[in-house]
Design a protein around this ligand. Structure first.
Ligand code: XIL
Length: 363
């Protein structure tokens, strides 16, 4: 009897050891991530800061859920090219290296924009506006330097960002348009194509589901294509809210832009829980006094919006080649800095999937 018990105990411990050894590594064996659910549709990306991959939990989340990254700020003209003869590569380099090491695609963002530009860009040493010729030379040199550095590592670039006006005018009034007219747009694409002929080049903008702005962007893209400008895709930023866009307007945008033969990516997706926003700007007086809580009503409206937009995205797998979230989790989002906390993403402040996440992957 005793001998049997001993044998039994031995057998049990053997089984326990075997089971323990075979225990799944929680990181490797984590259930499917967004990128896996959507592998037959498009890549799923996230905008990151250089510090994100150094945090263990954030790194794990990036690697398990996403197969594309975009530097949130590190490649913008101001941060990467602070003085005419000085480039600051550290942050962008580290993000690109993280992507390459982990076989994650890297989207470049952005080569030409009116915001986050360096002080020196538009003026000469006496502080006067430079000529069109000088500004275009500077643009060329900037694009050539940045795109060449990441050639073969960055697969797609947001070449030009946000040049169409939100008001009833056509082109946004900026230093770029003041000095060069509209010419900087096509020049930027030409310079980028010259520097890396294999990179996929995007025009990127927001409020692309608002009919008047959609029409203007369409008109500009059509003109560029007619002139033979090397442009391959349109980035629809997708800074949305629990109220916008509607299914109809979203589908119209996808259909209209893809009718030009351009590929479509949703490049900066977030769904603000506040409604007083248009295109990343607070409308004065609205939304500002809301408490920093994620109410059940916000949660419900947000999950319905996420469910709807992903239903639409899945209808257009040929047209859409990527969907990128603008930040990783509600722990930090660029929308927080507007007087109150926002909760715009699919992972909560503890990096756990929200209810909206399960709506996005249930199909
Ligand atoms: C935002 C970043 O998220 C912020 O950290 C920064 O302070 C401002 O820019 N449209 C764009 C993005 O194309 O580059 C912007 O990113 C958000 C709006």
């Amino acid at each position: 009897m005793k001998r049997h018990t001993a044998k039994f105990m031995l057998a049990l411990s053997f089984i326990a050891v075997v089971l323990l050894a075979a225990r799944p590594d929680p990181i490797k064996e984590k259930a499917k991530g967004l990128k896996d659910y959507y592998s037959k549709f498009f890549s799923i990306g996230v905008a990151i800061r250089p510090t994100d991959p150094s945090n263990h939990d954030q790194r794990t989340l990036i690697l398990s859920e996403f197969n594309s990254i975009t530097p949130e700020n590190a490649m913008k003209m101001g941060p990467i090219h602070p003085q005419e003869n000085t480039y600051f590569w550290r942050d962008a380099d580290s993000i690109v290296a993280f992507g390459v090491q982990n076989k994650i695609k890297v989207r470049g963002h952005t080569l030409c924009w009116h915001a986050q530009t360096p002080d020196w860009l538009f003026v000469d040493s006496a502080g006067k506006d430079v000529s069109k010729k000088v500004l275009l030379q500077r643009l060329k040199s900037h694009i050539n330097t940045v795109v060449s550095r990441y050639k073969g590592k960055v697969y797609a670039w947001d070449v030009v960002n946000e040049v169409i006006a939100d008001d009833s005018t056509y082109f946004r009034k900026t230093k770029w348009s003041e000095i060069t007219g509209e010419d900087f747009v096509e020049k930027a694409f030409e310079y980028a194509h010259e520097a890396d002929p294999k990179a996929i080049l995007f025009y990127n903008d927001y409020n692309t589901e608002i009919p008047a702005k959609r029409e203007k962007i369409y008109r500009m893209l059509k003109n560029l294509l007619a002139k033979g400008v090397p442009i391959h895709g349109v980035g629809l930023q997708a800074h949305w809210s629990i109220n916008t866009p509607s299914r109809e307007e979203l589908e119209k945008s996808i259909q209209l832009f893809s009718s030009l033969g351009l590929q479509i990516q949703f490049t900066e997706l977030d769904i603000s829980v506040y409604t007083g926003r248009q295109g990343g700007q607070m409308i004065q007086g609205q939304g500002q006094m809301q408490a920093a809580v994620f109410t059940p009503e916000m949660e419900q409206k947000q999950l319905e919006k996420y469910k709807m937009i992903f239903e639409v995205f899945r209808k257009y797998p040929k047209e859409i080649t990527g969907v990128t979230f603008w930040n990783l989790s509600d722990k930090y989002s660029w929308l927080d800095g507007r007087g109150r906390k926002n909760f715009p993403l699919l992972f909560d402040t503890n990096l756990k999937p929200k209810k909206a996440y399960w709506e996005v992957v249930k199909f």
